[in-house]
Design a protein around this ligand. Structure first.
Ligand SMILES: C[C@@](CO)(OP(=O)(O)O)[C@H](O)COP(=O)(O)OP(=O)(O)OC[C@H]1O[C@@H](n2ccc(N)nc2=O)[C@H](O)[C@@H]1O
Ligand SMILES: Nc1ncnc2c1ncn2[C@@H]1O[C@H](COP(=O)(O)OP(=O)(O)O)[C@@H](O)[C@H]1O
Length: 298
């Protein structure tokens, strides 16, 4: 019999049959190209993912119920009600499959809520991945992505959580190889402000500043933008402080806001530089949320 690692044995004791990481998302660039008749905005964005994020675990529930427990540093901010995107995803998937299967889920919320790194979207995508495994069902990628889009614009990209060029409202996904990106040290910094995605989009000035070209990190740095930065800073001026601190960090190769904010990120060549930057920022801003991670290698 194969030997089980201690934490796997503990998981089994607690009835945990499947575990997923809900990887934090970063928009390495986010160009807003226009406002669509349906009220959404047409985007061009390079999505990448951190190797860390929220944790979702689950086991089968024989009585057919779907339950959710939420804990972790940001658990209290999101709660375990039916508006939690994990439950929305579970209900939508069950409806699509026409199954009566149940699940007992536990979400450990490590990522700040409403913060531009897609925590809720990543949780929803993780729930879809986990339940497909747990319930041992087959669903083709296309209908799964369609279901994901009904939950939120970012959820389709979060399903695979690989580096993608994303267009439309979030549903047009193309694999994108950016040389030297995978495994790069990544620092995420949030000044402790939650921002509503809808309100930030509503503050966009309506100016199309042009297409996204992202063949190298250098090009992304020189020509890429986050077109929501000005609107987000208007609602949370502390973002400007985060950006100027990140821009001055020794060894950073790209510093920018992610999504609709307020989380900003910096990519580094060297892990030691990222560590040093995190240490200094933590000392100067003890209330900022700071996560040291890497770009996920998928
Ligand atoms: C801005 C982005 C960039 O990746 O990320 P976050 O800041 O949320 O992380 C996404 O487009 C957010 O996706 P998501 O968070 O799933 O948004 P949704 O729930 O679909 O939409 C929330 C609201 O944002 C606005 N919205 C969203 C997406 C889009 N392409 N155009 C929009 O105008 C709409 O007002 C919508 O009602
Ligand atoms: N599991 C969840 N995690 C985070 N937010 C959630 C979750 N479920 C529902 N939400 C709601 O979704 C909204 C967007 O959250 P989130 O995805 O973290 O934002 P963003 O994509 O900007 O980082 C928040 O207002 C939050 O209340």
């Amino acid at each position: 019999m194969p030997r089980l690692e201690p934490d796997v044995m503990q998981d089994r004791d607690r009835g945990v049959q499947a575990v997923e990481t809900a990887y934090a998302k970063v928009n390495l660039a986010l160009h807003v190209r226009g406002r669509r008749p349906d009220g959404y905005h047409a985007l061009e964005s390079l999505f990448a993912f951190a190797q860390d994020g929220d944790r979702l675990e689950g086991g089968l529930a024989d009585d057919g119920s779907i339950t959710l427990r939420v804990d972790g540093p940001f658990g209290a901010q999101v709660g375990d009600g039916e508006d939690n995107l994990v439950l929305k995803a579970a209900t939508a998937l069950r409806g699509h499959l026409g199954t009566r299967a149940g699940a007992a889920l536990r979400l450990t919320k490590n990522l700040p809520v409403a913060s531009g790194i897609g925590g809720g979207s990543a949780d929803a995508a993780a729930a879809l991945r986990l339940l497909v495994r747990l319930w041992d069902v087959r669903i083709e990628p296309a209908p799964l992505e369609k279901l994901a889009l009904e939950i939120g614009s970012d959820v389709p990209a979060c399903l695979a959580s690989t580096t993608r060029l994303v267009r439309g409202r979030g549903e047009l996904l193309a694999d994108h190889d950016l040389p030297g990106l995978a495994g790069r040290p990544l620092l995420l910094v949030n000044p402790g402000v939650a921002l509503s995605t809808g309100r930030v989009f509503a503050g966009w000035d309506g100016m199309d500043r042009g297409a996204l070209a992202a063949d190298t990190v250098g090009q992304l740095r020189a020509d890429g933008r986050n077109d929501l930065e000005a609107a987000a800073i208007g609602q949370a001026p502390a973002i400007a402080d985060v950006l100027s601190r990140l821009a001055r960090c020794e060894g950073q190769v790209l510093a920018r806001m992610s999504g609709s904010g307020a989380t900003c990120f910096a990519l580094f060549d060297a892990q030691a530089d990222m560590r040093a930057a995190a240490r200094t920022l933590r000392a100067d801003h003890p209330l900022w949320w700071i996560m040291e991670t890497r770009i996920r290698t998928a």
